[in-house]
Design a protein. Sequence first.
Length: 202
Amino acid sequence: MATGSYTSGQAAHRGDQVAPRECQDGLTIQRHFSTEGVDPFDQVGWEKRSASIRDDKGEVIFEQADVEVPSDWSQLATNVVASKYFYGDSSKGQREGSVRDLIHRVTRTIADWAREDGTLASDADAETFYDELTWLCVNQYGAFNSPVWFNVGLYHHNGVPGSRGCFHWDRDAGRPVRTERGYEHPQASACFIQSVDDTMED
């Protein structure tokens, strides 16, 4: 089983367990898709499949057996999510093996961040936000871009520190600081515009 695999009702590994910021203007979240008291993962059927990717010569370049996916997901979606977005080393038995693991890792981390940062008004709103976001992802109503699936939750949920590298904004210091643990402040976007000149010619 992969490190950080999903079990119903579990909370994420929250790194240093940062207390929620006080915020009078935190958002309250209304349910539109999920059902209160029902795990969003329990609202879809599940099955296990093999995922594989072949090159233009028909040679297998990726294969993973017993991948757990929602029953109504296509085989193409299964192949892509298993080959591109599951984290871990399969040779050590530490690779994610279920869409539950992947989605929970990401949505739990985002919901916890929103609560800790004071963006959400209460713990109950954070749980509603988690349920809604999870429901949207597992039912394929929406999906994050690749860097989110690659990087978000690896530290907070799986405890993977990552390497020193990029900078992040430190609100308390009021300035950007170098990240000591790359996955603690992960890169969750790509395709950056470095500068835009004030001209209609570009």
